[in-house]
Design a protein. Structure first.
Length: 165
């Protein structure tokens, strides 16, 4: 048991000595800069910070994101903490914000058709039923109101007729 402990201590000491004395990690040559974390900053602020570091900023991609508002940074290359030389380019990906869509008017059509239209438009569906003068299975009302612009993903509450009482 003592032999195992002595061997472990010897290996650990040898590794530590080797990496610190014989093969130390070299310091980077030149003026390298650590890139800061730009995620969730707006595009103008991110470009300002990049310029302040002596780097160039370039928006290379943008796409829709369900939770990040339009104009905010989603990603960057080089990553935060990585080193860059002065004058290097930091590539940015910017959010276009969530997808916005008007709620389609599916009132007074059958429940099955309404669900098909809503789901193919990207909406989730929550179903309620109520007594109404409309025939059984027809959509009485929806919330939010038809034509309302909303961010996707979004659930639409559909009230379906149980038929006349």
């Amino acid at each position: 048991m003592i032999g195992i402990v002595l061997m472990a201590v010897g290996v650990g000491s040898g590794y530590s000595f080797s990496t610190k004395v014989w093969f130390p990690i070299p310091e980077p040559e030149g003026d390298f800069l650590g890139v800061t974390n730009l995620r969730h900053l707006d595009q103008a602020e991110a470009l300002k910070q990049i310029a302040g570091l002596g780097l160039n900023g370039l928006v290379v991609d943008s796409f829709r994101h369900p939770t990040v508002i339009s104009g905010q940074i989603l990603g960057q290359h080089p990553l935060p903490g990585q080193l860059s030389s002065p004058g290097d380019t930091v590539e940015l990906t910017v959010s276009l914000g969530p997808i916005r869509r008007a709620v389609p008017d599916v009132t007074r059509i059958s429940f099955e058709a309404a669900v098909s239209v809503l789901e193919s438009s990207g909406f989730g569906v929550v179903i309620d039923s109520l007594e109404a003068e409309l025939p059984l299975g027809q959509v009485v009302e929806i919330l939010p109101e038809p034509g309302t612009e909303v961010d996707l993903p979004m659930e639409v509450r559909v009230a379906v007729s149980k038929g006349p009482s």
